[in-house]
Design a protein around this ligand. Structure first.
Ligand code: HH2
Length: 269
């Protein structure tokens, strides 16, 4: 992981209802093509998800989720793409890890013990993300005393739980979960104080790509028109020490993050 300063994780939603690209990659061939395209654009990892977690999204059963993601994971792995599977279910994780996935990206931070066990068995990487509540209700009225402290404590606790379950400590990533049970201010505070998460020693992943708070802060742009805002927030996150950025627009993210890296290394070329 330390061979490159910041990883770009390309989003591949094999779902009919994701908030910004729902329905575009439901067909397996189209999904694989887009995954390979992002890999070709320089993505360091492609994150394959079969269940939307947008606010209000309906849950998907494990069989349907596996049916959506597994053939795509298999095809991408066969083409040499480094894959993560965006799931909170142990059985989905197990199937994808068996097929060669490199990481499990869990927006529920290890709530299913079977997911932790599968990740540990396969010696895979694990991303633990913070969410308050669940996707159906999380944006109704999110509330915190101190959002940065609470998110940090939760993630450190879950990381301990994962290591207790056998996941290697140096393969755990943490993620503040931008937009998951957070209002605009909560999201901004988490980015502004990201160094507090970085200080835990776990690599931090940030996913602000196209999220609705960017539209609320701007001029009400639609999801596809939030690239400039996405890059602004991700640039700040990288500057504050994020080690991975989860994005829909890989090419632009690579270019922007390379510039930030060059600036950060200006004193030590
Ligand atoms: N955001 C989404 C999904 N998975 N995983 C991590 N680690 N961090 C995130 O911020 C994150 C995530 C939501 O975005 P998207 O996949 O584009 O939409 P949907 O959940 O509607 O499929």
């Amino acid at each position: 992981m330390s061979d490159r300063p910041v990883w770009i994780m390309g989003v591949l939603n094999v779902t009919p209802d994701s908030f910004s690209d729902g329905g575009r990659y439901v067909a397996k061939d189209r999904a694989v093509e887009h995954g390979v395209e992002m890999w070709g654009q320089g993505a360091d990892i492609v994150d394959v998800g079969g269940e939307s977690t947008r606010p209000g999204a309906a849950p998907v059963g494990p069989e349907e989720e596996t049916r959506r993601v597994l053939p795509v994971v298999e095809a991408l792995v066969a083409q040499g793409v480094r894959v993560s599977v965006d799931t909170s279910k142990g059985s989905v994780a197990e199937a994808c890890l068996k097929a060669g996935a490199w990481m499990v990206n869990d927006v529920t931070a290890g709530s299913d013990p079977a997911l932790l066990a599968a990740t540990a068995d396969h010696g895979a990487h694990l991303c633990l993300m913070h969410m308050q509540g669940d996707p159906r209700t999380m944006q109704v009225d999110p509330a915190y005393g101190d959002v940065v402290r609470e998110v940090k404590e939760f993630l450190v606790e879950r990381a301990e739980m994962a290591t207790d379950a056998g996941v290697a400590r140096d393969q755990i990533w943490i993620d503040p979960g931008i937009g998951f049970g957070k209002n605009v201010r909560h999201n901004l505070l988490l980015v502004e104080h990201l160094e507090e998460l970085v200080a835990t020693g776990f690599p931090v992943l940030v996913g602000a790509s196209r999220k609705s708070f960017l539209g609320k802060l701007g001029g009400g742009e639609s999801a596809a028109d939030r690239l400039a805002a996405t890059i602004a927030v991700h640039t700040l996150a990288q500057y504050k020490g994020a080690r991975a950025l989860r994005v829909h627009d890989v090419e632009a993210a690579k270019r922007a993050s390379a510039l930030v890296t060059a600036t950060q290394s200006a004193d030590n070329p």
